[in-house]
Ligand binder design. Structure first.
Ligand code: DX5
Length: 220
């Protein structure tokens, strides 16, 4: 299997010193950062906007992905790219015209991601595989960090892995929500190759670098 990709969710980071937190993450060897963007409508929580992401862009060189947990993301797609995100993940449940939204993200020069909430079937992306660079299978209901991993999503992960491999697609299969030492192995065995981790990176034994290394080992 390919080397696991470790993505740090900034949700549990100290928002009072985000630049320094990102530098710590970079030094700890995470592969890229996930900005959990929440608008208080698509999910019952609010976090950060493009200006906060832009403010941190110059502090680190690692990649930024924007997980847009927002209703109707189309009007602001360019803002996340201008802020320094090279991968935009939209929720299939939040857009009316998913094919057009993904095409727009590609036009902006960014990679496309589609996130599926736990109740959303894999068939939501059946007709857009050709313009999807990453599929994000949520293993919690979005809106908060620190929730428990939904093992019931493993069949969906396995089906996604089977479909990606059957079609010979170059699509990253990412999992997000409750991923930690106790759950990352099962998610990897189900077929995920990219792991978004929040709480289990920021809290736990040892240093952040130790936890990142342990997670990589457990996912391999
Ligand atoms: C849910 C968020 C969280 C976050 C990771 O809306 O997307 O899943 O990224 O949180 P942990 O790793 O703490 O579950």
């Amino acid at each position: 299997p390919p080397e696991p990709t470790l993505v740090a969710s900034v949700l549990p980071a100290d928002f009072a010193q985000l630049g320094a937190e990102l530098q710590t993450l970079e030094k700890a060897g995470v592969d890229r950062v996930q900005w959990d963007v929440m608008d208080g409508r698509f999910v019952p929580n609010m976090t950060i906007g493009p200006d906060v992401i832009a403010a941190t862009r110059g502090h680190v060189t690692m990649g930024f992905e924007a997980h847009l947990m927002v209703a109707d993301p189309d009007p602001m797609l360019h803002r996340w790219v201008e802020a320094g995100c090279e991968l935009l993940i939209v929720h299939a449940e939040a857009v009316t015209h998913l094919h057009r939204t993904l095409a727009r993200i590609r036009e902006l020069g960014a990679r496309t991601g589609v996130a599926l909430n736990p109740a959303t079937p894999l068939t939501a992306v059946e007709h857009v595989w050709d313009i999807v660079d990453l599929l994000l299978v949520m293993t919690v209901n979005p809106g908060f960090g620190g929730q428990s991993y939904l093992a019931s999503m493993e069949p969906k992960l396995a089906a996604a892995r089977a479909e990606i491999d059957r079609r010979g697609l170059d699509v990253e299969l990412e999992v997000d929500g409750g991923i930690g030492p106790a759950t990352i192995g099962a998610a990897a065995r189900a077929g995920a190759t990219t792991f978004c981790v929040g709480t289990a990176l920021f809290t736990g034994p040892g240093t952040l670098a130790d936890r990142a290394a342990d997670l990589r080992k457990a996912a391999a």
